[in-house]
Design a protein around this ligand. Sequence first.
Ligand SMILES: [Zn+2]
Length: 356
Amino acid sequence: MQLHTITELLAIPNYRVSHMVVHSDSRLDLLLEPSRFIPAVCSGCGHVHNTPVHSIGTMVVEDLPMSGKRVFLHVPKRKALCVEDDSIRIEELDWLRGRFTKRFADQVYWLTSITTNQEAGWYLGLDDEVVYRIDRQYLEELAQKKLSPVPAPRYMSVDEVAWQKWHHYVTNVVDIEKRKVTWNHDDRGKSVLESFYKALGEEQCADIKAVASDGARGFLSATQEHAKNALIVLDHFHVKKSLNDAIDTVRKEELAKARKTDDTELADLLHCKKKFILMQNKQTKRRENLLQKLADINDPIYKSMFSKSSLLLSIHPAIALQPVKLCGSGSSLRLDRRFRCSSNSAASSFENGTSS
Ligand SMILES: [Zn+2]
């Protein structure tokens, strides 16, 4: 195999293979040289200094195996004077991790996450102690990342999650634009969210435009005190939950009345077994039939369903109009017409900024 082919296989930026130093059944040693000039980054301070090269040493690092052979790269490293501390420092290469290439260290870390250090070491031909050191370095870097300041979200949501059979809580802060959890902390409540705002600092808190939450008092007061420019909103999930709770309250009231007046038809439609059909978002024939019957014989339930749809319309039209799609799938259901007229009227009211 020619050296430039091995260079292409290794694909290390700015370096090429100049010699094959050792080639045995079990190992391959390759001498690298720079393929173009790149400024040396000081390992002492992380900056580039324009000081002359003091000397060049060679470091042997292990790379990923090739064709069943362990691969060792002999990497030239420049030394130069660091102007920060007046000492001779070796250059830092971002594709190396100590005596290994970063990709080799990545593989070690990956292996230790699925098996023991001893087994990973046996597989790679490494000493247990070396595997432990790589693993520890990775964990320390991950911990450091966790401790580093969180970038302030412009739009965020906060919620608590219960775990271990509801004995423990974790508070998660989600950056809505990035769609990811950017901060979390054990426990819940005002003091936990306050620790997030305090970590951000006043200036960054002032840049938060909106905060969504489940409406818990602690979250609301912490946001009011620290993120003064943020619009406080209820998150979509909790809005729907509150609306469903309200509809269920109406259902229970109507069910009690129906039982009192021996209205067996209505009582059967509002039985608790039907509750889940009523609340579900999935459009089914069963739900369609139930809604139509209820619209025919019970106005309060119909009105509560319509109120839910109107409120959701202000949040997300596609969601709110689902009942129209549901009921409009058939020929000319009465509920379909009623809902379509009402929803259209509600939609235009919202657009015109008036309430119906
Ligand atoms: Zn330096």
